[in-house]
Design a protein around this ligand. Sequence first.
Ligand code: MTE
Ligand code: MO
Length: 437
Amino acid sequence: MMRFGKRERSLVELYADDPERADAIVFNRRGALKGASLAAMGAAVGAAIPFADRMPRGLIPAALAQGTAQGPRLVTFEGKDPMINLGDRPLVLEAPETLLDDPVTPNNRIFIRNNGQIPEPAANPDAWKVRIDGEVNTPLELTVGELRSRFQNVTFQLQMECGGNGRSFFVPQTRGNQWGNGAICNAAWTGVRLKDVLAAAGLKPSGKFTGHYGADPHLSGATDRAAISRGMPIEKALEEHTLIAFVVNGGPIPHINGAPVRLIVPGWPGSLSQKWLTRIQILDKPHTGQGMGGTSYRVPVVPIVPGSQNDGSSFVDMTSMPVRSILTNVANGTRLPSGTRTIALRGAAWAGEKTVRAMHVSIDYGSTWQEMRLGAPANKYAWQRWEGSVTLPSDGYFEIWYRATDSDGKMQPHVAGNWNPQGYGANPISRVAILVG
Ligand SMILES: Nc1nc2c(c(=O)[nH]1)N[C@H]1C(S)=C(S)[C@@H](COP(=O)(O)O)O[C@H]1N2
Ligand SMILES: [Mo]
């Protein structure tokens, strides 16, 4: 990831191994960069730091904080552009932010989050069956062909974001895939509304929750355990934009993303969007499947001590995802020719079931912020694109900080808050290091 050439290894390593000590060496007691340290820091990041006077104490320059030598491991999985490999068993691939530059995420850039094994592809996708049972008057078993022909087909751009997106920003580190901001896609999904299918089955008044099942075997191969099986309150199931989807971006869903049919539950944790969907059970009480209860997809109501043990019994299920933004045309570690002063920027921002009200960028460590132009969502639950530019005063090392504000006025925070054992909901301000000259 880091594409800068010359670095002073010692300072880089010190920041990686012992950031607090590095910070004490680099900053004086009043929090200003020391003269000699400034030179060392400049050498470490490979250039002069024009806004060094505004660099706050405790800040590890993004160029040094992003890990050292290797950067992320990129792999190419069938039909996908090169993505960040977070795991092979189960397969987990993150989209680098620069791969999310399209207003509508194409199939080859949709991230992959598996919890179990990859099931066998359907021999005849149209004959694949989905069962609707439980608290309904008439349990249904519908083929994909029947779903398509019996119910109104609708298409929306919908965010589908992993509940753990941003997890790597938690301090201390939590267990789970160490996502950056790339466990998100905003594809055009076509399917039928779950509410229409539930109406056909005759939802009973006792039907208050859903439970979802898919065809992917558990990682262990055990047949009595689901890879993942989550559920939601019936109100979310009955929303206009909650779909049983069989088409993405005008064609079949890639097998790895849940073909031939999956749920899309936009704005809430992606784990609800069951892939390789086989069954939706309607329940009178919350579902208890794999990934429900304890600390799974649950967050504290009252903040807990970061790093502490907790069984999650007082936590609540995650609902709306928090506000987040990505910068999609400038990669971290980009080197630009000497004399470059104006840099065009663009990206996307979203906020679960809310919208984004404003998008800001800073090039001086958060001292001043500039508002970017922000587009409207294509429909409810679509992300919003943003664009603008920044003008640099000189050559040197800069960080582009970017931050969205949701429709309630909530901004991305400086550091990930509400720490929880499995690392959900981390959405701090992002930083990209660039070097001019
Ligand atoms: N059957 C099944 N559905 C699943 C999963 C899974 O492992 N198996 N992973 C869930 C999680 S945690 C997420 S974030 C999304 C990811 O969907 P994608 O792989 O298409 O990006 O699918 C969800 N649906
Ligand atoms: Mo997820």
